[in-house]
Design a protein around this ligand. Sequence first.
Ligand SMILES: [Zn+2]
Length: 411
Amino acid sequence: MAREGVAEAPLLARIHDHGRIGATDRGGVCRIALTDADKAGRDQLVAWMRELGLQVQIDQIGNIFGTRPGLSPDAAPVMTGSHIDTVATGGRYDGIYGVMAGLEVARWLNERKVQTQRPLVVAAFTNEEGVRFMPDMMGSLVYAGGYPLQQALDTVGTDGARLGDELHRIGYAGELPCGAIRPHAFIELHIEQGPVLEAEGLTIGAVEDLQGISWQEITITGQSNHAGTTPMHLRRDAGYCAAAIAVFVRGLAQRYGGSQVATVGVIDLQPNLINVIAARATLTVDLRNTDEATLQRAEGELAAYLAQLALEQGVEIAAKPLARFEPVQFDQRLVRCIEASAASRQLPQRRMTSGAGHDAQMMARICPAAMIFVPSQGGISHNPREHTAPAELTQGANVLLDVLRGLCDEG
Ligand SMILES: [Zn+2]
């Protein structure tokens, strides 16, 4: 039996039309938060919200909310959404897909004159990517009360611009207090940005948890010296120590197993010359686990190793935390709603963990939340080659439709 669902063509048209804003020559999108391209993307979103009859509100951190009224106007609304900013080398689906699918759900309800009990809100959160202004997921984090509004507004970007000034400049310094709309539930539809669904031939991921993230910057200070004349036992080699740390965290992840991953993504050596022992090394360590106690154990082991290494090698090692988010358990009841929809539509599915951060993890602080994933071809994301098959985009939107409809009519 064919189930009713959102129309594929308008969903794809929205994604592709919106992808022209900030389009790069390789088929990608560059719409970094609070730039002119982001403003143009926001303006288009707001115009589409108004076309659908949604009531548009902007909050003090620039988050955009489009509300479709319910029969019980005072009931807490059901919220869906994601972000519309991108990284510099972004693709056409990360973030925008979830927002556009939310619009298509609103259109579906409008066309059938469906009146839901609870209002439905489609949200686009400011600065999810954190490219220009740190931290990432800022709009939803501030909204959920996890970061002070004033501190966010005073954030200075990589180009020296102040976030609050940029919000004013592009016309998105709104008046709605952050957190004013308290959702009954929040559902985010997003591309997986990883290879799991495609590799297993599945269409829907019911995301039940999200990895905690620990980012540190480690600076090692040794002594630069001649690579030929300095005996090995007399070296204070910052480059060697950086390499040893990279090997240590890889071994740690292998020993822990499970969801533990560990990455050294940046190593910067000074003076970075072939025949000079490095005097200084700066590296980053990214540790992730779905279990907070285990993540803390990994951080503790790393700290102990750094102390031991400093002593052994005669160097100074300093670790600076860059970002820290605890793992998130999504709402089990919502995860089951997603599974039930996928099952009723006979879509192959699995439960999964998100290895990336998302706005839903911030919203989970203030309401029940969960996520729906669809496959990313080749697991590629933050790349112009980011791709999801049209049928899979539509199926994900249909699961979103089912789940939102059910939640909107809950007492
Ligand atoms: Zn995203």
